[in-house]
Each structure stands twice: as C-alpha cells, then as structure tokens.
Design a protein around this ligand. Structure first.
Ligand code: HEM
Length: 231
C-alpha cells in the first residue's frame, strides 16, 4: 500500500479547515465593510453637503462616549487584524497546496479549481496593492492628481474627472467582484453548503449577486462623475 509523504493526521486536516474557516470569517468582515463603504459612497450622487456630512459623521459617531474618530479607529483596527489573519491563512494554505502538488501521490487538480484559486491569489495580491494606492489617494491625500482640495466631495469629484483614475478604480473593483464571487463560493464549500447541484447553483448565485451589487454600487459614482452627471 502506498504511503503519502504528507502528514495525514487528523489535527493537520483540522487545522486546514480551521484556516479556511478563518478566511471565511475575516472575508465576511470585508464583505460587510465594502458593502457599507459602497453604500456610503453613493451619497456623492445626492449632494456635496450630504457627502461631506457623511465623511464628517464617520469621525463623530459614538461621541462623546468615544473620542473624535474613535469608531473609525476601531473599524481600522478590526480591518487590519482581519487583513493579517486573511493573508496569513491564504499564504499557509497556498504553501500547503504547493507542497501537495509536489507530492508523487497528489491527485491532479481539475483545471476549473486551479483557475479559481489562481484568481483568488493574484486577485488578492492586486487588491492589496490597490488598497495601499487607495489609502494614499483618498485617505492620506499623498497622491492628489487633481491638486490640493478642501473637502472630501471636491477630492472625489476632482479625481474621477480623470479617465485614468476611473480606469484604475474600474479594474480594482472588477478584481474585487471576482474575489468576492470566488470567496463566497469557497466559503460555501468550506461550510459544507455545496453538496447538491441545487445548493451549488445557490452558492454561485449568491456570489454573483453580492459581488455584482457591490461592483455596481462602487462604480456608479466614478462613472457618473466622469460623464458629468455629478459634479
Ligand atoms: C469607486 C470606489 C471607491 C471610492 C469612491 C472610495 C472612496 C473612499 C473615500 C472617499 C475614502 C476616505 C474616507 C475618509 O477618510 O473620509 C475611502 C477610504 C477607504 N476605502 Fe474606499 N473607495 C472606493 C473603493 C474601495 C474599495 C474597493 C475598497 C476595498 C477593497 C476600499 C477600502 C477603503 C478603505 C480600507 C478606506 C480607509 C478607511 C479609513 O481607515 O479611513 N475602498 N474610500
């Protein structure tokens, strides 16, 4: 009987499932965050006052129980911790998958599954670069291609009047769509929710609907600004 070079003990299997669960839970935190963020961005369509008030409100929620910007810092810390755990789980599982592929006894993965995991890995790395760019652009204002401006509304409108910035955001938000779609599908698999054909179809639909709505909500403001409907 053939013996695998991989440790096939129960704890190792359990810890892989544990890591996948960790990815699912932290992923869910990101889904919640991007959904609220995309909804908040839509305020730019209402008016400059509404959007600036929304940006200001982000810093005053919870006052005086919390200091100015307190809740925003709580959100930032939760997001950073989730990012660290999400990336750690992804890299560990990636390393294990590579190890398994090198093994003589590893079962050949099917093409669709490896395309899905490649999309997740490289898409995830691209999103990480985008988030750094995005923070430098709209949070710290280190990158300000539209020149120095006074309010969040002017900043967003001035930015998306430039086609190349709309293109960068379009590519990033589209990468986010694929990441959310595959992520929701993988999470459903981890949670054992894809055992029947109907359940698989439902998980795929959920991925398309959640990913698609967030894609649309994020992209409406930049295109509305680019085409002069807003601003
Ligand atoms: C068209 C798409 C987007 C627009 C117009 C937009 C707009 C903004 C703005 C205006 C801010 C600054 C908020 C403030 O400090 O007042 C911000 C912050 C942020 N955005 Fe976005 N965003 C977009 C897409 C995304 C995406 C796709 C992600 C994640 C993948 C993301 C993640 C973040 C994060 C993490 C912050 C920092 C929040 C903080 O700590 O202050 N954004 N965004």
């Amino acid at each position: 009987m053939a013996t695998s070079t991989l440790p096939a003990s129960k704890p190792a299997v359990r810890s892989s499932i544990g890591l996948k669960l960790l990815m699912a839970v932290t992923g869910l935190i990101f889904v919640g965050y991007v959904a609220v963020h995309a909804y908040g961005n839509l305020m730019v369509l209402v008016s400059a006052e509404k959007f600036n008030a929304y940006a200001h409100h982000l810093r005053t929620i919870g006052e005086p129980m919390l200091p100015h910007g307190g809740l925003l810092w709580v959100v930032r810390i939760v997001l950073l911790a989730s990012l660290a755990l999400h990336a750690y789980s992804a890299l560990t599982l990636w390393g294990r998958a590579n190890g398994a592929r090198g093994s003589r006894y590893a079962v050949k993965k099917n093409l669709a599954a490896s395309l899905g995991s490649r999309t997740m890995r490289y898409g995830g790395i691209a999103l990480l670069f985008f988030v750094v760019f995005h923070l430098l652009h709209l949070t710290t204002h280190t990158i300000h291609p539209q020149g120095k401006v006074a309010t969040p509304y002017e900043n967003v409108v001035g930015s998306f009047q430039q086609w190349w910035l709309v293109l960068i955001y379009f590519l990033a938000v589209t990468a986010l769509y694929f990441h959310l779609y595959h992520g929701i599908w993988s999470a459903a698999q981890t949670l054992g929710m894809t055992s029947t054909t109907a359940a698989r179809a439902r998980a795929q639909l959920a991925g398309h609907v959640v990913g698609g709505l967030i894609w649309l909500a994020f992209l409406i403001p930049p295109f509305a600004i680019l085409f002069g409907i807003v601003g």
